[in-house]
Design a protein around this ligand. Structure first.
Ligand code: ZN
Length: 99
């Protein structure tokens, strides 16, 4: 008989929660919309540094978040990626789904 393969957390590769793509630890540490941005491209907006950043997808390395910007932000051009700390994020939402 085949063993049912365990679902692994898409972020830390630990065992994910049942019916979830991520483990409890990651879901507690990382905002839901940011977890979504790891796998689903959309128009996301976040507040940080008293400013607003628009991005389409993200990746996470430890305490750092890499954002793929969809609008120029200060000296960073649209289409470029930039990294901010997870703790720099004040708020986060999804503005528009591309599906
Ligand atoms: Zn995890």
């Amino acid at each position: 008989m085949m063993m049912q393969e365990k679902t692994l957390c898409k972020l830390c590769r630990d065992e994910a929660d049942e019916l979830e793509d991520f483990c409890t630890e990651c879901m507690c540490k990382v905002p839901g919309f940011l977890l979504e941005a790891l796998t689903v491209e959309a128009h996301y907006v976040l507040g940080a540094f008293g400013d607003v950043l628009d991005f389409t997808s993200a990746s996470i390395q430890g305490d750092w978040v890499t954002l793929f910007l969809s609008r120029d932000w200060r000296s960073v051009e649209s289409g470029k990626s930039m990294q901010i700390k997870l703790t720099d994020i004040d708020w986060l939402t999804v503005k528009e789904n591309f599906k």
